[in-house]
Design a protein around this ligand. Structure first.
Ligand code: KG4
Ligand code: ZN
Length: 361
């Protein structure tokens, strides 16, 4: 089936056309078109995303991007319209929902069977591992069989096997899930305060870099000494799978106040090491505890090369598959919404068309 997907939960206006087929245990996706219009320049002077500005920009950009998808003079032919309904900034979400409903009404005249599907943004990130083309550890399938505690793994065309541990890390979320199958999971833990991406953004701001800070910190860290400063690793030893990033951010603030002459590269590298250390240690512990056969990484922070490298190392050590989306599908996009929308269609699951800023997973 052909899916039109719309994503406006934060500061990216994104629309995609995706061809989807297969079952929940063997879905297939072909990206026909994906357009993202970034609002970074609009929000930059404010040091973060301003919800009403985001809404205004989405309303302006959606019709323009939509026109790019169409063959001139023809109506778009799709089987489903999928739109993010939460979590996110509510004014921004409403812009997408309203636009999706209008398109749905227009296209429904010609296709009475057209579906309108509300999608959870976090499921979008989660399922973006399905866009991954290869696993890092090609021998993993063979080797894990001996090690797995739980029988009956679900075979997958892309090689991820279950149970799996999924780490979703973005500007708004830090979540660890235990997935028993592609459609069944349990939340193991999440952040109790700031999200890890938010801490990257805030530390970058302290160092004088614009939003979004993640890529800037990564760039600086490559040139710095990660052992220069010993920043705290909040909750690294806690028995649960929760996270906390606000204390780490504050210790960077105090450190900079007391040591203003330290090289920015060393601060960035030491901060990044502390922030990632907690993510990697908890993911590894969860993978061991739940006998995982795969580790999935997603969300904007999944673009971080050092995080990918560290998780690859532990995946090889544990001999499990490691899957992360291709580089262009880490940060917000509409292809992941089409993928999660298709999984919702297969699961016969739909959501209310009401923006829900705090929707969980
Ligand atoms: O998933 P996303 O696009 O939006 C949310 O749903 O929040 O994630 C954006 C977050 C921002 O905090 C940004 O700084 C972070 O992802 N990010 C990174 C990197 N690229 C983006 N964090 C660390 N390293 C990166 N390379
Ligand atoms: Zn996101």
């Amino acid at each position: 089936m052909k899916i039109l997907a719309i994503e406006t939960s934060c500061d990216d206006t994104a629309i995609a056309l995706v061809e989807a087929s297969g079952t929940t245990s063997a879905p297939k996706f072909k990206v026909l078109k994906s357009v993202i219009s970034s609002q970074i320049e609009v929000h930059r002077p404010w040091g973060g995303v301003v919800p009403n500005l985001a809404k205004r920009e989405h309303i302006k950009n959606l019709p323009k991007i939509f026109d790019e998808l169409k063959v001139k003079g023809e109506n778009l032919k799709v089987d489903a319209v999928c739109v993010t309904v939460g979590p996110g900034l509510e004014p921004a979400l409403w812009a997408g929902i309203t636009f999706a409903k209008e398109i749905y009404e227009r296209l429904k005249v010609e296709n009475k069977k057209l579906k309108l599907i509300g999608v959870n943004h976090l499921e979008g990130h989660l399922y973006s591992f399905l866009l991954s083309q290869k696993t890092v550890n090609s021998k993993s399938k063979l080797l894990i069989t001996k090690q797995t505690k739980k029988p009956n793994p679900i075979p997958y065309p892309l090689n991820p096997t279950f149970p799996a541990i999924a780490l979703i890390v973005s500007g708004g979320h830090t979540i660890l899930l235990n997935m028993q199958s592609p459609i069944k999971w349990k939340k193991l833990g999440e952040t109790k305060d700031d999200a890890v991406g938010e801490s990257f953004d805030k530390v970058a701001k302290m160092l004088g870099f614009p939003y979004p800070g993640g890529p800037e910190i990564q760039r600086l860290a490559e040139k710095g000494n990660l052992n220069a400063i010993r920043f705290p690793r909040p909750m690294i030893g806690s028995k649960d799978y929760n996270f906390s990033y606000s204390g780490l951010k504050t210790s960077v603030l105090y450190y900079l106040r007391d040591n203003p002459k330290t090289k920015k590269e060393d601060v960035a590298a030491s901060f990044q090491e502390a922030a990632l250390d907690v993510l990697v240690k908890k993911t590894e512990r969860a993978a061991r505890e739940y006998g995982a056969r795969s580790i999935f990484l997603s969300g904007g922070v999944a673009a971080n090369k050092e995080l990918r490298r560290k998780l690859q190392v532990i995946s090889q050590k544990l001999q499990v598959s490691f899957l992360a989306p291709p580089m262009n599908f880490n940060t917000d996009n509409a292809v992941m919404i089409a993928v999660a929308g298709y999984m919702s269609i297969l699961r016969k699951k739909n959501r209310k068309f009401i923006a829900d800023g705090n929707m969980g997973i």
